[in-house]
Design a protein around this ligand. Sequence first.
Ligand code: FE2
Length: 301
Amino acid sequence: MHGQHDPKRDEVPNAISTQAEEFSRRLTAIGQSRLAAAAQAAVDGLHALTVELRPSGEEFRQAIDFLTEIGHYADARRQEWVLFADVLGVSSLIEDQNSPRPAGATPNTLAGPFYRADMPEMPLGANISRDHKGEPLEVAGRIIALDGGGVGDAVVEIWQANAEGLYENQEPDKQPEFNLRGRFRTDPQGQFRFTTVKPKGYALPSDGPVGQLMSALGLGLERPAHIHFRVSAEGFETLTTHIFDRSDPAIGRDAIFGVKPELMAEFRALPPNGGKRKYALDLTLVLCPRRRGETATSGRR
Ligand SMILES: [Fe+2]
């Protein structure tokens, strides 16, 4: 694209600075590459922003300090840069672009940071709540193909937060190992079922620079209550998705943009039996055939 006239650059003539033009000329002289294209797009975007906002020197310094602080908060246990990409909607967009699904198939979403690949296989109907804290939820699901047929012998991995909105690996001293996690295999009709507790929504970390930015913008960090699923089956693309509680007050403002109409479900209250309230969730997840050249595993994080 470089080295020839690019009509896209004329669409926003006021947003291109002479410096961005010169940067483009220097890159073009070196040659084309994916890295050069990325650098050019980033420089164009930054210059357009600078031309539009005309930041003062002090504002520029604040922006540099903010980015520096993100780096200081990022370590092996916490990735503040990923959090930044998440709340800007970039992580979700990249997932959508890399995991397109045909109409009728369940959308793929981010796995999030709490997935564990080593969760134990359990018999159909088992209870994945190992501490029985919370309101019981009976889940009945079916894995089907685009033609509506059940997918037998599919592996369904499940993980979720507890009734306080916390995952087992966030508080390993308080929750039993593998609490609210399980791996099931569908029956020949593609059905699976398990008992759990109704999950609570949670908020992303607010104590770092990303949380401070969101607070300054007046935007929330909430994620509506959900259960994570990963479904693998021979001949189908692996599906990583969430099912959200439609009645959660935060359903319209998921901080990482994971909610889609097909992923909202009713966590139905059952008639009271004894003291505890009980809920039921019925769901159908639709797989699409594996694209040529794909391997059985997928999922970025
Ligand atoms: Fe989650």
